[in-house]
Design a protein around this ligand. Structure first.
Ligand code: SF4
Ligand code: SF4
Length: 397
């Protein structure tokens, strides 16, 4: 049902960002919250990321999340409990189109299945996306089967992180044998696809200074085993990943060089051979890759960013952020402090201040998750994607 309402929600989000609808102050003054009366002053986000743990069993060169509990083990006790997640999901309700369950390594949460079940029960999103480092093939396969047995309505995308072929992957991820385990995870999940048609398998590659010269090799390798999708994202310095000042982002020239051949191949081969869903996904990707390169080169928001309007992130301790790049700098507050009422933070004064800063384009980044939502909310981008899609049906290059 929600997918039919998506264009309408996008129009409302666009109006909200463009005209800056204010909270209904008159009601506030009389002690009533607009959302408690069903009169929301602006739309809810369509794209949520919940980070359910900061535990991680990898030691990636491009991310320092794994250090958090090595340095402060007791902090892990502060992560949201499943009952707390349930209350948050209840307050979010059915507004979400897309939910990402991330980490750390999300499969390390022993209660991930219960969290997943609560999410499906209260929010019923169209798409649930779970990234994984694929270090524990059997556990991941077992959990994914449990997810699929709970819910066959949402599309479940499991994205395996691949940053190199063979030893290169293990070296970047800091785990001997990770590459082999990733292949085992892929095979196990691929077998599940035969029983569950709502499962999609993706591969996610982070382009960093450690693998920028290795990107065509990764692309060709992944094309050989044909996952449902393969997305490249550029390594960014993020507050969330404790990578500020790490210098992991490749420069614009290196990135352009790495992506040129791939873009050409997607346009002339990959795009033309897939089904409709695959073609539209690839069309979005091609436009995203252009945005990613431009954002790094020009160091500005190339299209208006909808983080804090159409997308948001909840960290493992209940902080609600506009996005993970700004992390705590974009915090609307902690859900624990407002009795897990998402609406209260979403409509708070702090949220309006942070949105105003994003709207003034005081930050920029090539973050894929937020970029896709921003692209959906941008008519000219949607036009470009549709044009690429239509051209993909032409017989000539
Ligand atoms: S990128 Fe993912 S797998 Fe690697 S350390 Fe960070 S959270 Fe763990
Ligand atoms: S441009 Fe990037 S850093 Fe700024 S709000 Fe959007 S996602 Fe966050």
């Amino acid at each position: 049902m929600l997918k039919f309402l998506l264009p309408l929600k996008i129009l409302k989000l666009k109006a909200f960002r463009t005209f800056g609808l204010k909270p209904l102050q008159g009601l506030r003054g009389r002690g009533a919250e607009p959302h408690s009366l069903g009169l929301q002053s602006h739309p809810m986000p369509i794209n949520f990321t919940i980070s359910i743990t900061n535990k991680c069993n990898a030691h990636c060169k491009t991310c320092n999340i794994w250090r958090i509990y090595e340095e402060q083990p007791s902090l892990s006790k502060s992560e949201l409990k499943k009952e707390e997640f349930e209350r948050i999901f209840e307050s979010i309700g059915r507004s979400a189109y897309w939910f990402t369950i991330s980490g750390g390594e999300p499969f390390l949460r022993k209660d991930i299945v219960e969290i997943y079940e609560a999410l499906v029960h209260h929010c019923s999103p169209n798409i649930i996306n779970i990234p994984t480092n694929a270090i524990t093939p059997k556990l991941i396969e077992k959990r994914v089967r449990e997810f699929l047995e709970i819910n066959n309505k949402s599309t479940l995308i499991v994205n395996l992180s691949l940053d190199g072929v063979g030893d290169k992957h293990d070296e970047i991820r800091g785990v001997n044998g990770n590459f082999k385990k990733l292949l085992d995870t892929y095979e196990g999940l691929k077998a599940l696809k035969e029983d569950f048609e709502n499962l999609r398998l993706g591969v996610h590659t982070v382009i960093s200074i450690y693998n920028a010269d290795h990107i065509p090799a990764i692309y060709n390798f992944v094309r050989g085993f044909k996952p449902d999708s393969h997305i490249f994202e550029v390594a960014e310095e993020r507050v969330e990943l404790l990578t500020i000042g790490s210098g992991i982002t490749p420069d614009h020239e290196t990135l352009s060089e790495a992506m040129t051949g791939i873009n050409k191949d997607i346009r002339s081969n990959y795009l033309k051979s897939g089904d409709f869903l695959s073609r539209i996904t690839q069309s979005f990707r091609l436009e995203y890759y252009e945005l990613m390169k431009k954002a790094l080169n020009e160091k500005r928001q190339i299209i208006p960013c909808y983080a804090g309007y159409a997308s948001c992130q909840i960290n493992p301790y209940g902080e609600l952020w506009a996005c993970c790049i700004l992390g705590s700098k974009s915090s609307f507050g902690n859900l624990r402090d407002v009795d897990y009422d998402f609406n209260k933070l979403w409509h708070s004064k702090k949220a309006y201040e942070i949105r105003a800063s994003i709207k003034r384009r005081e930050c920029y980044c090539p973050l894929a998750n937020a970029s896709y939502t921003s692209m959906l909310c941008n008519f000219s981008m949607v036009g470009k994607v549709l044009s690429t899609l239509i051209k993909s049906y032409f017989p000539f290059p």
